[in-house]
Write a protein that binds this ligand. Structure first.
Ligand code: 5GP
Ligand code: ZN
Length: 113
């Protein structure tokens, strides 16, 4: 999708800090991290949200989620991690290309409730 920010990140026309890439998915550091190591995982196919996502795209995306979580854990050594996904403006979605947030948690002082 030509006017989608995350499609532009996938095709390299907008720069990003890449964490992982394969045929189906792309993972990169969030530009406004809620905690150290905040990472986004997105499908390469443009899908606005969970309501539009096929099982095949979901399967390829969630298949790599443990790999991404463990890479973040090994790099930043958090105490835990939230996986978050917002669908629709009412739910707080601001970029309308599906993305799964990986938000490392350190302790109660990490500033993210
Ligand atoms: P949402 O609110 O839609 O669930 O999350 C969108 C996320 O995308 C936010 O955490 C925001 O910081 C991140 N984001 C927005 N624009 C960019 C960008 O240009 N580059 C990167 N790396 N992250 C972005
Ligand atoms: Zn897109």
């Amino acid at each position: 999708m030509s006017d989608c920010l995350f499609c532009k990140i996938i095709d390299g026309s907008i720069p990003s800090m890449k964490v992982y890439e394969d045929e189906f998915v792309y993972a990169f550091m969030d530009i406004g991290p809620l905690s150290k190591g905040h990472t986004l995982l997105i499908p390469k196919e443009h899908v606005a949200n969970i309501f539009e996502m096929s099982s095949e795209v979901a399967s390829n995306l969630f298949a790599v989620a443990p790999k991404i979580a463990n890479a973040i854990k090994d790099t930043f050594n958090p105490a835990g991690m939230n996986l978050v996904n917002n669908n629709g403006e009412a739910a707080g979605q601001t970029v309308f290309h599906f993305h799964l947030h990986f938000i490392p948690r350190y302790d109660e002082t990490d500033g993210f409730k």
